[in-house]
Ligand binder design. Sequence first.
Ligand SMILES: *Cc1c(COP(=O)(O)O)cnc(C)c1O
Length: 341
Amino acid sequence: MEKKNIDWSSLGFGYVQTDKRFVSNFKNGAWDEGTLTDDAEVRISECAGVLQYSQSCFEGLKAYTTEDGHIVTFRPDLNAARMKDSCERLEMPVYPVDKWVDAIVSVVKANAAWVPPYGSGATLYIRPYMFGSSPVIGVKPAEEYQFRVFCTPVGPYFKGGAKPITIRVSDFDRAAPRGTGHIKAGLNYAMSLYPIMDAHRNGFDENMYLDPATRTKVEETGGANFLFVTKDGTVVTPKSSSILPSITRRSLIYVAEHYLGLKVEEREVFFEEVKDFAECGLCGTAAVISPVGKIYDHGKEICLPSGMDEMGPVTKKLYETLTGIQMGRLEAPEGWIKVIE
Ligand SMILES: *Cc1c(COP(=O)(O)O)cnc(C)c1O
């Protein structure tokens, strides 16, 4: 199979239309067979549930070319399970987990020419999503839905090394204590756009959200979970029912414990403690770990000892071990790597 003629290393994180996408429709209480299509356009009612009341959820995962030339994805079963949780919370029909993973595999296979080669630093980003497609005007769930999966090649997240970022403590809240923070719903992102643009306008890369009830505990950023490292090398990550359960974060914790022999604590993390940590990183599929160098809190600055030039040593080891597993350089735990071809 011949690869597309693309300068992989200069790709950014943007949408590039690829050859095929998967579409399945839910009608009269059942999902149809689903099919791959060339058609990248969606045609739905002007009154579709998603357009009126934002009934939609999504996932994000990647396909990689490994060192020995296979195309693989990373723990797609966990994305399928998380989308099931999102659908249930939003009164949307669940797309069966097995068929969900099959859909991912079929899209990646059909777009194999778009999967960046090993060593380019680029990857194939896969976006599964679902939305209410039938007309809804009185507030209620739609009766018909569409589940789609497309993919797009994305460039190396860190061009020229992972530079630590500066974040600020946000005055806005991300998720209510018994709200929708734990599911991957588009609505959580719509309301985060103003705070993130406001952060950028003020010179910050990201927002650190605190728990809305007490504003004393660390939750997450708009799209990534926190990992901290204490001065004695323990990995600490916030536990809260309103953060999105990041698959990257859960995988890094496993790697910390079982590959690197580090102590791990998943617990409430008070903002008061942050000034005593040695390292801080943001975890998610896009970057794996993005190091944080500085945290701004209303006129006060917390400068992490790892500094503004490079990742802290523990963060770096975590990053290298997990990307080593994803790229096939290190042996993966049972069930983590789904070989596509
Ligand atoms: C998707 C997402 C993450 C990261 O999850 P991964 O499974 O690691 O990609 C973290 N926080 C939020 C709010 C997200 O939507």
